[in-house]
Design a protein around this ligand. Structure first.
Ligand code: FES
Length: 149
């Protein structure tokens, strides 16, 4: 795959301190950070590729595998946990046919868990792309995904 990051690099001068914003911009452009992009970024900032990986893997925001069209994030924070987040996650996994951290083969869905999505009073909840699904239970999960499939 030929990856063009010139439009990303044009906004930077190639300094080591710029690695994180460059990674963010590259991910925004490509949806994830493929090996080829990491290699090009390392070359641009004149830092060994292993160091760029060390920085990128430290932050949860960076992905090294492509993300599905729909990004499902089940909250596992305390408020959601005590209100049944584990059962919700199991049902989402069942409905989508993938486990946490995976992307479906048809690239329709990626599933992740998050520490808190800032809607604790609506626990348990999850996000599908930018929408919050509040006070969810197994039945609601089944309904949400049966509509989308
Ligand atoms: S703990 Fe789930 S939204 Fe805060």
């Amino acid at each position: 795959m030929q990856i063009d990051l010139e439009s990303v690099f044009s906004g930077y001068s190639g300094k080591r301190e710029e690695i994180i914003p460059i990674l963010q911009d590259a991910q925004e452009k490509l949806n994830y950070l493929p090996k080829e992009a990491m290699r090009k970024i390392a070359k641009f900032v004149r830092v060994p590729e292993s160091s760029v990986y060390a920085i990128a893997t430290f932050y949860a925001q960076f992905r090294f595998k492509p993300m599905g069209k729909n990004h499902v994030m089940v909250c596992r924070g305390t408020a959601c946990h005590v209100n049944g987040a584990t059962r919700v996650l199991e049902e989402v996994e069942e409905q989508l046919g993938i486990s946490e951290g995976e992307t479906r083969e048809d690239m329709e869905y990626s599933l992740e868990t998050v520490a808190c999505i800032g809607a604790c009073s609506l626990a348990p909840c999850m996000m599908i792309n930018k929408d919050v699904e509040a006070k969810i239970n197994k039945k609601k999960v089944a309904k949400i995904f049966s509509q989308g499939n």
